[in-house]
Write a protein that binds this ligand. Structure first.
Ligand code: NDP
Length: 228
């Protein structure tokens, strides 16, 4: 396998995203990383290497995605939909589940993935891999009453992953979703069990090992198969 791969990562300015950038660079990949807010992206913008290109892109602003897509010159081996939000872990009656906040979660986590893949797919290489960062919280069988809309959004991510895998089956493009582990980021919180570096190292290794016969499947960060 050639070391010189091109990888596109959304939400690349912090959390798991920036560690995916760093791990990819350490493997000599050429990286395109997107951020949505310059003020929150100092760490990404301070990475100084020709192997990294950065673009401002909001996954729920179709115009910004199209603009980025039109500015990409290289073809992509990996497209990673990592950007996501969780407006809280509250239950049905919590403010986290106001109509507006629920629409935000579905918008970014689900529609954001669809729009990103829709507009960047023209750059995918033959045998490219499209990865959607999902969550174990999206599993249908669970006993939690919290994070209702976030769970639903990640269940939807796994569902659209299957549809998109079928869309690209003829082109032999692999599409899969991954749970990144419980990771110490702004979203995962300080009690989480993994550092973002540990998660990113394991994820990139698993993305590299992914084969076309894995298309349409949901995996843990270490490459083991997960139930939807
Ligand atoms: P963070 O909250 O640390 O980072 C989220 C990233 O998504 C930021 O870069 C953020 O940008 C970006 N983002 C949010 N909304 C948009 C948008 N509209 N357009 C573009 N970028 C956006 O989260 P994590 O790093 O922890 O999470 C990364 C992914 O992993 C998410 O999809 C999350 O659901 C998933 N996940 C995380 C787990 C964990 O334990 N941490 C567990 C399971 C899944 P900005 O800085 O501008 O806000």
């Amino acid at each position: 396998m050639s070391d010189f791969k091109n990888i596109f990562i959304t939400g690349a300015n912090r959390g798991i995203g920036i560690e995916l950038v760093k791990e990819s660079l350490s493997k000599n990949f050429s990286v395109i990383g997107t951020f949505r807010n310059k003020q929150k992206s100092e760490d990404l913008l301070n990475i100084n290497t020709k192997q990294l290109k950065v673009f401002e892109m909001n996954v729920i602003n179709e115009t910004s995605i199209i603009r980025v897509s039109n500015n990409i010159k290289s073809s992509l081996d990996y497209l990673i939909c990592n950007a996501g939000i969780n407006n809280g872990f509250g239950n049905l009656f919590d403010n986290d589940h106001s109509h507006k906040k629920m629409l935000d979660v579905l918008n970014v986590n689900v529609i954001g993935c669809i729009l990103t893949i829709k507009h960047l797919s023209k750059h995918l290489n033959a045998n490219a891999k499209v990865i959607l960062i999902s969550s174990v919280l999206g599993a249908q069988e669970h006993n939690g009453s919290n994070a209702t809309i976030y769970r639903a959004s990640k269940a939807a991510v796994n569902n659209i992953m299957v549809s998109i895998s079928e869309e690209f089956r003829d082109k032999k493009i692999t599409v899969a979703s991954f749970h990144p582990g419980w990771v110490r980021t702004d979203m995962g919180g300080s009690n989480a069990t993994m550092s973002s570096k540990e998660s990113a190292v394991a994820l990139i290794k698993s993305f590299e090992s992914l084969k076309f016969n894995n298309t349409g499947k949901f995996f843990n960060y270490d490459g083991t198969l997960m139930n939807f």
